[in-house]
Design a protein around this ligand. Structure first.
Ligand code: ADP
Ligand code: MG
Length: 682
């Protein structure tokens, strides 16, 4: 019996040459070979009528041979065998090349099942070239099955590969090595390895194939989850900054509001991380408005109790300034000194800030990426927080950490990603989720409308402004290739609103190309209620807090992803007023409209993310992070999410009972996990 980890040269038909070719497909060991799963299947269990066959389709027909096959030599070394066959709906021309030995195989008047790719010119008789065939009577055993299709490479035919795989399966010892712990396998109702590996390559029918696939997808995701789980443990660095334990009640009492349970749970978990002796490495995910800032504030407060400094990095100057004010007021009761660091800071102010950080006089630096520039030095940075982490590269976040000695790391994201997916994308991080909004928030009423509604929307805008509310209007970039045109469109649009539509209201414009000081002036003025309508490109996408804003209008909403629209919508509904979001749809595109409908039906960012995942696949989420995610052999994250959560649950449970997978019954699993950690995940 062959070892799964051994080579494949023992297989009949696999010599040195082919072994080399197979290595190109990543097949080196016996396990590689039997894990080389089909990329697709041809369902030959279904027999089509000739009439229904389409051009280019690969299907089975069952047809009577009408005339005896004629052989013709068209040139030296090229012989044809031609005949015609038909079912009760039509005829088909069949041609074999260089196969005259088949001449006597076909009897006129007898029925055969043919499988092949059809060509069909309009009005012509369909053609089949070199189809596989079998007498109709015996077909049940032969061609009439589900046939696997493999990704191939030059020099390796499907036949050679398939034969090798089947031999490989036969050579695996009995009992078939089982990677899944027996308790996991039975608890989750998963098939045995032997059955699954056989059925995935040679399925008896669609049901058995599905059973096999589920088990193998689980296996793949389970091993991956175990690998991430143990990697997290291993990478857990010790830290010099161990916080002394403290009662959070003192912090809670100082706040102007009562934290939600989700906020408390997350913050107390982080306090535990920071007192553990290991460096915290945690992602805090929470929908817009879920109150991530207060959680960060609690961590900063906690670090300060033990005499440590913190840094908080935000993606834009506007946000940095807003956070600077928030932290200054939240943390003032504890004598925590905050400094602001942004690119547009004057030379003198900057010098002062730098000096205060280096001397330890300042306890918290809030800023843009200016914080990671070279001249910035901390006395004892122990907590590095990055807000809206997707706006920063991995490198930038790492630079922030390098300002301290293995500081605790907290990254915050308002882009909800389904938890299961987050555990894969952020495999090396612990994940906390704020799944609860502060009380008193009303649902933002959302409408997807087209041009015909514009006059009504304008009247509605006027009405809200009349009630003292404020309005955001967001224009997308018109042409992605022309960097300025989004700005230009917004400029023009704002001008039109100002002159023609709302000449009596105060309309202002905010775009990314403006000077920081001008942006700041306009944001301040908007926040103070001096501006009724703020037209902007997506610079307001993140974080800005104006509780009096009650209407968000998004132009050409179909150009935005759902998650981005959700972010934009989060700019309103932050105060006590009923708020609205109007998605102006520029096209009649049904798919775009269906997407926008999702926005109207729910305000839950995690639901929207899951919908985005179903509609557009996981690509968008993975774009968030340049992650060397191992290539999946079988699992497809846009449809295997349920299996993924099951696998993660089971992996977590297993790692609690056997953290290093040292138990003998987990030996095989440990081997696979180590292999994965060494190759794919590093
Ligand atoms: P985000 O998670 O989007 O960063 P913020 O931290 O900016 O959210 O919080 C949004 C708003 O909600 C802020 O005005 C903040 O003061 C307020 N807030 C946060 N937590 C609570 C709470 N538990 N109760 C009431 N208001 C809260
Ligand atoms: Mg925020």
């Amino acid at each position: 019996m062959a070892e799964l980890s051994g080579g494949i040269r023992f297989i009949k038909g696999i010599g040195e040459q082919r072994a080399k070719l197979l290595a190109r497909l990543g097949i080196c060991t016996l396990r590689d070979l039997i894990s080389y799963f089909p990329r697709d299947y041809q369902d030959r269990t279904i027999i089509k009528k000739v009439l229904d066959v389409k051009d280019g389709e690969s299907v089975c027909i069952s047809a009577l041979v009408l005339n005896s096959p004629r052989a013709a030599r068209i040139r030296k070394g090229m012989e044809l065998l031609k005949f015609r066959a038909a079912d009760d709906t039509g005829a088909v021309n069949i041609t074999y090349f260089n196969s005259t030995y088949l001449k006597d195989k076909f009897k006129v008047g007898e029925e055969y099942v043919f499988f092949g790719k059809f060509t069909r010119k309009p009005g012509g008789v369909p053609e089949l070239i070199n189809p596989e065939f079998e007498p109709a009577e015996s077909a049940a055993a032969g061609t009439r099955r589900i046939v696997p299709v493999y990704r191939l490479t030059a020099g390796i035919s499907g036949k050679v590969l398939y034969s090798a795989i089947l031999q490989g399966l036969d050579s695996v010892g009995d009992p078939f090595p089982e990677v899944l712990p027996e308790s996991v396998r039975t608890e989750c109702g998963l098939a045995h390895a032997a059955y699954a590996y056989r059925q995935i390559h040679a399925p008896s029918d669609a049901v058995e194939l599905a059973i096999a696939r589920r088990r193998l997808v689980f296996e793949e995701l389970f091993v991956l989850s175990c690998a991430f789980g143990s990697m997290k443990k291993r990478h857990r660095e010790s830290t010099g900054s161990v916080m002394k334990s403290a009662d959070p009640a003192g912090f809670y009492k100082s706040l102007p509001f009562e934290l939600t349970n989700a906020q408390k749970r997350a913050a107390e978990r982080m306090m535990k991380d920071m007192s553990s002796g290991h460096a915290m490495n945690r992602l805090l995910q929470g929908d817009v408005g879920s109150g991530k800032t207060a959680v960060a504030a609690q961590c900063i407060w906690y670090a300060h109790l033990s005499g440590y400094q913190s840094a908080f990095m935000a993606p834009t100057e506007i946000l940095a300034e807003q956070h600077y004010k928030t932290f200054s007021s939240l943390l003032a009761p504890f004598g925590i000194k905050v400094v602001l660091l942004t690119g547009s800071l004057g030379a003198k102010a900057k010098r002062e800030a730098l000096q205060m950080l280096e001397s330890g006089e300042a306890d918290l630096a809030v800023g843009t990426h200016a914080i990671i520039s070279e001249g910035v030095r901390f006395k004892n940075l122990a907590l590095a927080v990055t807000d809206e982490q997707h706006r920063f590269g991995v490198r930038q976040r790492a630079s922030l950490s390098e300002k301290g000695d293995r500081p605790h790391v907290l990254v915050m994201s308002a882009t909800p990603i389904p938890r299961t997916l987050a555990l894969i994308i952020y495999g090396d991080m612990d994940v906390s989720i704020l799944d609860e909004l502060p009380p008193g928030r009303r649902k933002v009423e959302t409408y997807a409308v087209d041009e015909s509604m514009r006059p009504r929307i304008e009247r509605f805008t006027r009405k809200l402004v009349g009630q003292g509310r404020q309005v955001f209007i967001v224009c997308p970039m018109i042409e992605e290739s022309e960097e300025d045109s989004g700005t230009a469109a917004a400029v023009e649009y704002a001008e039109r609103l100002r002159q023609d539509i709302f000449p009596d209201l105060s309309v202002a414009l905010l775009h990314g190309k403006m000077k920081a000081a001008d942006k700041e002036r306009i944001m301040t003025s908007f926040a103070m209620g001096e501006i009724n309508i703020l037209v902007s490109t997506t610079v307001v996408e993140v974080g800005v807090d104006v509780p009096n804003a009650a209407l968000m209008i998004v132009e050409n909403a179909e150009r935005f992803g759902l998650s981005q629209l959700h972010q934009l919508r989060g700019r309103v509904g932050r105060g006590s007023h009923q708020s609205y979001c109007v998605l102006m749809c520029g096209t009649g595109d049904a798919e775009a409209n269906a997407r926008l409908k999702v926005m109207c039906s729910t305000n839950d960012g995690f639901k929207i993310a899951e919908e985005d995942l179903k509609l557009r696949g996981p690509g968008d989420f993975f774009g968030e992070r340049q992650h060397g995610l191992p290539e999946m052999r079988l699992a497809d994250l846009s449809c295997d999410m349920d299996t993924l959560s099951l696998a993660q649950e089971q992996a977590e449970k297993l790692l609690i009972s056997d953290p290093t997978l040292i138990k003998p019954e987990h030996a095989l699993l440990r081997e696979r996990v180590e292999e994965l950690s060494e190759t794919a995940l590093n």
